[in-house]
Design a protein around this ligand. Sequence first.
Ligand code: 5GP
Length: 195
Amino acid sequence: MTGVPEPSQTFAKPGRLFVVSGPSGSGKSTLVARALADLPRPIHVSVSATTRPPRPGERHGIDYYFWTPDQFDQAIHNDQFIEWAHVHGHRYGSLRSEVEPYLAQGIDVLLEIDVQGADTVRRLYPQAKCIFVMAPSLADYEKRLRARGTESEESLQRRLQTAQYELQQAARYDCVIVNDDLERAAAALRACLSC
Ligand code: 5GP
């Protein structure tokens, strides 16, 4: 869902916070979109800010807020992030404005962030439910990243190296989903988001 909630939308309870992490090439964005399409309640998917340049087809304000390093520095200075991290050579951060107004209005929020960001969120929001998405094997990450065709060889190798570290963090998550079949994995994610 999009749009900051209107003040008139009041709910009894604060919304719940969900974190979805997983190595590049785990198919987590597609999986999240598929799972949310069939979820009976709205969940706001937080739009992060990043210093990474947009890929073809990516839109500012939809996929990310694509900021210059100076804009990102300014946002850190202004305490606009609940967390931010260096990932694959760029900076990414979750904005307070994408999280706090929604939770306050009783709307659940989902953050698609890396394992460092998940650590910060666990400290700030101990009730957050953290979900890890992985591909069936290490070879699948490379296959999926190459098929996506969005990364240079250097970026692809960097992402594969990071994947090995990220996979070691899976045991720290509340739910682990193996994304071997989209429909099955989407059903598993919906179950995690519903309990
Ligand atoms: P990509 O460049 O493929 O869109 O994302 C690279 C990585 O950055 C992914 O693991 C993604 O989950 C993570 N990421 C995206 N937004 C954020 C954020 O706001 N904070 C953190 N810590 N990681 C993020």
